[in-house]
Design a protein around this ligand. Structure first.
Ligand code: C2E
Ligand code: CA
Ligand code: CA
Length: 605
C-alpha cells in the first residue's frame, strides 16, 4: 500500500471510502501487482472517479517529457483526444491547477475541453506523484457540477495514489524492457535482442539475412586499457553513431566488449561490399579527449548455411573476423570459407586446454562476501570460478565461461563448482562461520537432464544444510526455456535449496514472471549503480520497492564506494556484494577474515 502523504484537502473533509469502492480498490491493487495492462487499470480508476458518468468524465494523463499523454478515460473521448494523444503540458490549462477545481466557463485554453461533458463547467485536477516524489502524470475530471457531489475526497486521494502506482510500475517495466534489449553504452541492440531477431527472421522463413557481418574494434580495447574505460566507451559510442548513419546497415547489435554484429539491408550488395563500406566509415580517425584515435576495425562475414544453428553461424563469422584481425596488410575484411576455420588457432587451443581442466584439478573457487547493509555482517559468499591454467596463470571466468558455454564444457565445470562449494560451505557451517553459499548455474546446466541429481549429490556428499545453498540463475537462462527452467527450479527447491535471480535488470526483466518462479532473492546488476552518481536513483529505488512488495530481499552487486553503500542503505537494499566489502578471495582468506570479525565481535565494515 502506498504511504500516506500530506493531503491538499482539509482533514475534516476526509472520510473512509465506501465499502463497494474499497472492494474495487483492493481489486485494483491486485491488478497492479499482477501487471494488468496499464490502460485497463487506469480505465477502471477513471470509472471509479465518476460515480455519475453522465455528468463527469475522468481522464488519466501520463507525463512524457514535456507532454501529457492520454492513457485512459472513464468513457470514450472524441477522436482527437483518444489514447495515445499527446498535448504539450504547457498548453493544458488543467496542468497548472495542481490540486484543485476551477471553473472553465472562460479563460484561455479551455474551449476544446468544455464539450467533454454536456454543460461542463468545472475541472478538477490532481498531479500524480510517486512515493519518491516524481510527478508521472495527472488525473483530471471534467464535470457539470463543482465536484461537491459524488465521491468524497478520500476516494480521490486513494484513486490518485493508485494511478500513480500503476504508471510508475509501467514506466519501470518500460525502462527495464529498453535495458533488456539495448546496449546501454552505444544504444545499439544487445546480444539478447540480436539472437531474438535472428530467431524471428528464421521462424518467418525465407527472409534470412544474406550475411552475418561481425565487426571487431581492436582500438576500443586498447583505448580502454590506456586511456580508461570512459574514453573507450566514447569511442564505441562514436563508432555506433557512424554505423547508424550507414544505409546498408539494417540491424546492429553490440555482442560483447568490442564486437558488433550487423545484418545488412536486403539488396545492399555482397558481404565484401558491405565490409568495405564499414571499414571506410570506421577508418577515418576518431577524436577523443584531444587524442586522434584509430578504431582498428576488422570485419568478418559469413553467409548463412542451411540447417546451421545460430551459434554455428556466429562462430564462422567470428573466425572470419579473427582472420581479418590477424592480417598485417591488405583488406581487413574476410569472408568465411573453410580454410578460415584453420586460421583461428587461439580459440581451438584454449578449448583444448579447457577440456578436462576440472579433472586435472586446475579449477578453483574464490569467495566474495555478501554483506548485510543493516549491520555490516557477512551473510554469505558467492563462489566464483577461477582457472589456474599451467603456463598461463589465473584465468578469470570472463575469458573462459563463454567458451565453456559454447562448447558445453560448462556443464561438467559447473558440476564440479557445485560439489566444491558445498564441501567448503559445510566446513564453515560446522565451524559456526557464515556459510550461505551462492553458486552460479548456467542455462546449459539448468537444461541438463542430470541437473537435479547433481544438486542432490552435492548436498548428500557434503552434508550441507540445503537452505545454505543458493543457486544463482540469470534471467536470460530462465527465459531460454521458461517452462523447463521453472520445472527444474521447483524440483530443486523441494530439496530445500534457494534461488537468486542474478544480473537482474540486464535480461528480460519482467517482474511479472517472478511470481511464477521459485526465486528467493534478487541480485541487482552493478550497471544500476551508475544512477547513484547522478543523485537520483529512480530505477534502483523502484526495483527495490517492487522486489520487497513481492517479498524478495535485494542484494546489489559491484558496490565499490562508501557513498554507494550509504545511498543503498537509504534505499532499503538488504545486502551488498562488491570490492568495497571484499574482492573474491581464496577460501582460507575468507575464513581468516570471518574469524577475525568474530573475535572482534564487530562488523566487517
Ligand atoms: P557474476 O555472477 O555477475 O559475478 C560477479 C562478478 O562481478 C565477478 O566477476 C566479481 O568478481 C565481479 N565483481 C564483484 N564485485 C565487484 C565490484 O565491486 N566491481 C567490479 N567491477 N566487479 C565486481 P568474475 O569473478 O570475473 O565472474 C564473472 C562472471 O563469470 C560471473 O558474473 C558469472 O556469470 C561467471 N561465473 C563465475 N563463476 C562461475 C561458475 O562457477 N559457473 C558459471 N556458470 N559461471 C560463473
Ligand atoms: Ca553470480
Ligand atoms: Ca551478477
Amino acid at each position: 500500500m502506498p504511504q500516506a502523504r500530506p493531503s491538499a484537502v482539509e482533514p475534516a473533509e476526509r472520510h473512509q471510502p465506501h465499502e463497494a469502492v474499497s472492494c474495487a480498490l483492493k481489486r485494483l491493487y491486485r491488478a497492479i501487482a499482477g501487471q494488468a495492462p496499464l490502460g485497463e487499470t487506469l480505465g477502471e480508476i477513471a470509472r471509479l472517479a465518476c460515480p455519475r458518468p453522465e455528468s463527469r468524465v475522468a481522464v488519466v494523463f501520463g507525463l512524457k517529457g514535456e507532454d501529457l499523454e492520454v492513457l485512459a478515460s472513464s468513457r470514450r473521448l472524441p477522436p482527437w483526444l483518444e489514447p495515445p494523444a499527446r498535448i504539450p503540458a504547457a498548453a493544458a490549462p488543467w496542468w497548472r491547477l495542481r490540486e484543485r477545481a476551477a471553473e472553465i466557463r472562460e479563460g484561455a485554453g479551455w474551449a476544446p475541453y468544455r464539450g467533454l461533458v454536456e454543460g461542463g463547467q468545472w475541472c478538477w485536477n490532481a498531479r500524480l506523484q510517486t512515493v519518491a516524489g516524481e510527478i508521472v502524470g495527472c488525473l483530471t475530471l471534467f464535470s457539470r457540477d463543482s465536484l461537491a457531489a459524488g465521491h468524497g475526497v478520500a476516494e480521490m486521494e486513494e484513486l490518485k495514489e493508485l494511478a500513480a502506482l500503476a504508471i510508475e510500475q509501467a514506466n519501470l517495466l518500460e525502462e527495464l524492457r529498453f535495458r533488456a534489449e539495448h546496449d546501454l553504452v552505444t544504444g545499439l541492440w544487445n546480444r539478447q535482442r540480436f539472437e531474438d531477431e535472428l530467431q524471428r527472421l528464421r521462424a518467418q522463413g525465407g527472409a534470412t539475412p544474406a550475411a552475418l557481418v561481425l565487426l571487431s574494434l581492436d582500438g576500443a580495447r586498447r583505448v580502454r586499457e590506456i586511456l580508461g574505460e570512459e574514453t573507450g566507451d566514447l569511442l564505441l559510442r562514436q563508432a555506433a553513431e557512424r554505423l547508424r548513419g550507414l544505409r546498408e546497415v539494417k540491424f546492429a547489435a553490440r555482442l560483447s566488449g568490442d564486437e558488433v554484429a550487423i545484418l545488412p539491408e536486403a539488396g545492399g550488395g555482397g558481404g565484401q561490399e558491405m565490409g568495405a563500406r564499414l571499414l571506410e566509415a570506421l577508418n577515418a580517425p576518431f577524436r577523443l579527449d584531444g587524442h586522434e584515435i584509430h578504431a582498428q576495425a576488422a570485419v568478418g562475414v559469413a553467409a548463412p548455411e542451411p540447417e546451421e544453428s545460430l551459434t554455428e553461424w556466429l562462430r564462422r563469422a567470428r573466425a572470419a573476423a579473427a582472420a581479418a584481425r590477424a592480417r598485417r596488410n591488405g583488406s581487413r575484411c574476410v569472408i568465411f570459407d573453410p580454410t578460415v576455420a584453420l586460421q583461428a588457432p587461439e580459440r581451438l587451443e584454449l578449448e583444448r586446454r579447457l577440456r578436462g581442466a576440472a579433472g586435472r584439478g586446475e579449477l578453483l573457487l574464490h569467495y566474495q562476501p555478501q554483506v548485510r547493509v543493516g549491520d555490516g555482517q557477512v551473510a554469505g559468499y558467492e563462489a566464483l570460478m577461477r582457472w589456474a591454467s599451467p603456463g598461463v596463470g589465473m584465468v578469470s571466468p570472463g575469458a573462459f565461461i563463454p567458451l565453456a558455454e559454447e562448447t558445453g564444457l560448462v556443464v561438467e565445470m559447473g558440476r564440479w563448482a557445485l560439489g566444491e562449494a558445498c564441501r567448503q560451505a559445510r566446513q564453515w557451517e560446522r565451524e559456526g562461520l557464515p556459510a550461505r553459499i551462492g553458486v552460479n548455474v548456467s542455462a546449459l546446466q539448468l537444461a541438463d537432464a542430470g541437473f537435479v541429481e547433481d544438486v542432490k549429490r552435492a548436498l548428500a556428499a557434503s552434508g550441507l544444510t540445503p537452505k545454505l545453498l543458493e543457486l544463482e540463475i540469470t534471467e536470460s537462462a530462465v527465459m531460454e526455456n521458461r517452462e523447463l527452467a521453472a520445472e527444474r527450479m521447483k524440483a530443486v527447491r523441494e530439496l530445500g535449496v534457494e534461488f537468486a535471480l542474478d544480473d537482474f535488470g540486464t535480461g528480460s526483466s519482467s517482474l511479472a514472471y517472478l511470481k511464477d518462479l521459485p526465486v528467493d532473492r534478487l541480485k541487482v546488476d552493478r550497471s544500476f549503480l551508475s544512477e547513484l552518481e547522478r543523485g537520483e536513483a529512480p530505477l534502483l529505488e523502484s526495483i527495490i520497492r517492487m522486489a520487497h512488495q513481492l517479498g524478495l530481499p535485494v542484494i546489489v552487486e559491484g558496490v565499490e564506494r562508501r557513498e554507494e553503500w550509504e545511498r543503498l542503505k537509504e534505499l532499503g537494499a538488504d545486502e551488498v556484494q562488491g570490492y568495497l566489502t571484499g574482492r573474491p578471495m581464496p577460501a582460507g582468506e575468507a575464513e581468516a577474515r570471518a574469524r577475525a570479525a568474530g573475535r572482534a565481535g564487530q562488523s566487517d565494515i
